[in-house]
Design a protein. Structure first.
Length: 296
């Protein structure tokens, strides 16, 4: 029987090693991402045959990742299937990528159905594009940044753990400015942002802060995702400051992502405004994600 336990910092290096063995490009495959969302989605982990399996609590059921890592994936998934069936449940695997579907078809053909949701697709850009904003299509982004730089009294600097309080005050201002539109998704986002700031050092996350004069107007947090991709988990800016969002986007990439070919800026969750903003940078690709439900 698999033993699912809460994520802990003691498991961080082991989890990172298993994820590195798969070298996945979907944003969910970092220790920090799962730790940050663990309270909201009830994330737990199990070790099986040299693989990692993550469990997520949904409204009235649970779902899992496919076994992650270079261990015996087939044996691990067989154990998971046996456990779920013994509990009288149906196995659901989430956040699958195309190569996972090919593997499942090889070993479990005819035993599952597949769904996908465009809202869950990750936006991936070349680091060069986000750094230079070159070309006619990104002319508007360059203009916004130019307006931000009209006042030369600005600066960008690395975030340190002791900066958490200052960044949380910006989050408080964001919540206040969005009070009329506030909803559960925004509250979850706020809690994730605060948790990241409190655990910046333990999660080994990178952070950057953008100032205009003496005022913090934006910050961003991310980490390496795989061998060629960096993932930006968090980006917050004062919408009232022209150019703050494109400026923190570019500065964070310039300072943190140059060793990587791509930048993953995660999904849009179906938010129309967020989708428009992400598409306006013309992604190199969308990382499709799938959900497989075992039927027998």
């Amino acid at each position: 029987m698999l033993n699912f336990t809460a994520l802990s910092f003691q498991d961080r290096e082991w989890v990172i090693q298993r994820m590195a063995e798969d070298d996945r490009q979907a944003c969910e495959y970092t220790f920090a991402n799962n730790f940050l969302w663990s309270d909201i989605y009830g994330v737990k982990m199990a070790k099986a045959h040299g693989c990692l399996i993550l469990q997520f609590q949904e409204t009235d059921s649970r779902c899992y990742t496919i076994p992650i890592g270079a261990g015996d994936r087939k044996a691990a998934l067989d154990d998971l299937l046996a456990m779920v069936r013994a509990n009288g449940e149906q196995l659901v695997l989430n956040t699958l990528v195309k190569s996972d579907l090919e593997w499942l078809e090889q070993y479990y053909s005819g035993q599952f159905t597949v769904q996908t949701n465009r809202d869950d697709y990750d936006y991936v850009y070349t680091t060069e594009k986000l750094s230079t904003l070159a070309g006619r299509k990104l002319h508007g982004k360059r203009n916004h940044i130019a307006r931000f730089k009209d006042d030369a009294n600005w600066r960008y600097r690395e975030m340190m753990p002791e900066d958490a309080g200052e960044c949380m005050r910006l989050l408080d201002f964001w919540k206040e400015s969005e009070s009329e539109n506030w909803n559960d998704d925004m509250e979850n986002e706020l809690q994730i942002n605060r948790k990241a700031l409190r655990n910046l050092a333990d999660l080994v996350l990178d952070g950057g802060m953008l100032y205009k004069g003496q005022k913090l107007v934006a910050f961003s947090i991310g980490e390496p995702l795989n061998s060629n991709t960096y993932v930006v988990h968090i980006e917050k800016a004062l919408a009232s400051v022209q150019g703050a969002y494109p400026m923190i986007n570019q500065q964070f990439v310039l300072h943190n992502c140059q060793e990587y070919q791509y930048v993953n800026r995660e999904e849009d969750t179906g938010d129309e405004g967020l989708r428009k903003a992400k598409l306006s940078y013309y992604p190199e690709l969308l990382v499709e994600k799938f959900r497989a439900r075992f039927t027998i």
